[in-house]
Design a protein around this ligand. Structure first.
Ligand code: ADP
Length: 454
């Protein structure tokens, strides 16, 4: 294999050598020819020279243009996704190097293309076999893909590349998608279609703050909902069924206590006191169970009004005064007197009583409890801070579950029902807000209750 330059030189020198040899031959035979044949000899020599030059130029051009046109066709094929067979190696070194690079590139592209196809297949089979319904929407509100687990009654099948307005059949879901897409925000919602309940989530996929895709996930939560309903129903029935007998036991125990006038220190008095103490605890548990049932079944309708938070906290401080003074604790209010909130006054009182009683119950004597509130952007934030025993991060989520206690004995001793924080969580939800706990940097816990301004 030679470079283009040396091939050119070689062919030209070869031609020159042949022409010189021919010229020498012509000169040698010239003397033996008659004068009439000499012009023919010269003419033949010139013809051979012209033809030789033409042949050499043609050969050089073919050596370059043939491989170049092969390369051109090959790049067109690659562009069209056809990787075909390898190009043959041309004789000219520079073109051979170019051909080998193109062959390498085609091989690499073919492998990458195969890898991509395999990945796409894997992704597709994963997507189609998911329990959840999954879809993607582009920035023009058109479906890019949907898997087969989305019920036809929610989004029409074969809706790829269709506009969401024509493809999404469930109105609640469509409204949810449209609002989230308009705000370029992620979100979740629950909706009903026929006798089924669904949970939907939407996530914007961003690059450099530009949303180019939304991924949606739909999950059938009918079974969970039904289980939850059964649990709620049981809770509601149990609390209703327990209320009457417990009230009656309490009444009889109080009558006995009043009538028998038992001697202090006698076993009978100790037994009756224990019955009274425990029935009071049971009454509190049943009352809390009923409160939760009412909140869960949406029987409690929010009656919001505008009021001064400072005044409410001051009233609550007075009503839990005995609890605080028993442990010589001090309640500090850090709230602007003029701060007004729009909320359900009775339920907010419930929240404050629960959080302040807990702060007192789980803090040592002579400690301070701070109630702090402020407006943060579009939200109200209310905090109850204590310097008590604190809550470990593992328990921070669980304490809002019904009957969950970190230390059951201590909770019982403090007269707790294990339902207070569950009630607070329900009230937060009713106000479209949330409640959470974090460690107090000064020791103890900070309970935050926040909800949006309406
Ligand atoms: P309880 O009636 O037992 O206080 P709650 O639902 O009010 O029930 O609270 C659940 C559990 O959370 C409590 O038993 C206690 O272990 C923990 N807890 C609640 N408030 C505090 C607090 N301020 N400091 C430490 N632990 C707390």
């Amino acid at each position: 294999m030679r470079s283009f330059f040396s091939t050119l030189l070689l062919l030209n020198w070869g031609l020159l050598l042949i022409l010189i040899l021919l010229a020498a031959g012509v000169i040698a035979v010239e003397d033996y020819l008659s004068n009439s044949l000499k012009p023919l000899l010269f003419f033949s020599y010139i013809l051979i020279a012209i033809f030789g030059t033409f042949y050499v130029s043609f050969t050089i051009a073919r050596k370059v243009t043939d491989p170049l046109s092969l390369i051109e066709n090959k790049t067109k094929d690659i562009n069209a996704g056809d990787f075909g067979v390898e190009l043959p190696s041309p004789e000219i070194l520079e073109l051979a190097q170019l051909t080998s690079s193109i062959n390498e590139m085609a091989k690499r592209l073919k492998n990458q293309f195969l890898d991509l196809t395999v990945e796409k297949e894997k992704f597709n089979s994963l997507l189609q076999n998911l329990k959840e319904g999954v879809f993607a929407i582009d920035f023009n509100n058109k479906f890019l893909f949907l898997n087969r687990n989305i019920p036809e009654s929610i989004i029409s099948q074969n809706s790829q590349f269709k506009d969401i307005r024509s493809a999404v059949k469930n109105r609640e879901l469509l409204q949810f998608i449209e609002t989230k897409v308009a705000k370029k925000a992620e979100g979740k919602t629950e909706f009903q279609e026929g006798s089924h309940f669904y949970n939907a989530r939407l996530y914007p996929i961003k690059s450099n703050d530009i949303v180019y895709l939304y991924i949606g996930v739909i999950l059938d939560i009918t079974e969970d909902r039904q289980n939850q309903l059964v649990r709620e129903q049981f809770f509601q029935n149990a609390s209703h069924e327990l209320k009457t007998p417990i009230t009656s036991i309490k009444g009889y125990a109080e009558t006995l206590h009043y009538r028998l006038k038992l001697e202090d220190g006698s076993n009978e008095k100790k037994f009756l006191d224990a019955i009274l103490r425990n029935t009071e605890r049971l009454v509190r548990i049943v009352e809390d169970m009923l409160t939760i049932s009412r909140l869960e079944n949406h029987k409690t309708i929010l009656q919001t009004e505008s009021f001064q938070l400072y005044e409410l906290v001051k009233n609550v401080r007075d009503s839990v005064g005995v609890i605080l003074s028993n442990k010589n604790q001090n309640l500090i209010i850090e709230i602007e007197k003029t701060m007004r909130v729009q909320a359900d006054l009775v339920l907010m009182e419930h929240v404050l009583v629960n959080l302040i009683s807990n702060a007192s119950a789980y803090s040592p004597e002579n400690s301070n409890i701070v109630v702090f509130a402020k407006e943060v952007n579009e939200k109200y934030l209310l905090e109850v801070r204590d310097n008590g025993i604190g809550i470990s991060p593992e328990d921070s989520e669980r304490i809002f579950e019904r009957f969950f206690r970190v230390d059951t004995n201590r909770s019982r001793k403090e007269g707790g029902t294990g339902l207070g924080l569950s009630i607070v969580k329900h009230i937060a939800r009713l106000h479209a807000g949330e409640v959470y706990v974090r460690p107090n940097p000064e020791g103890g816990s900070i309970f935050s209750f926040e909800f949006p301004k309406k």
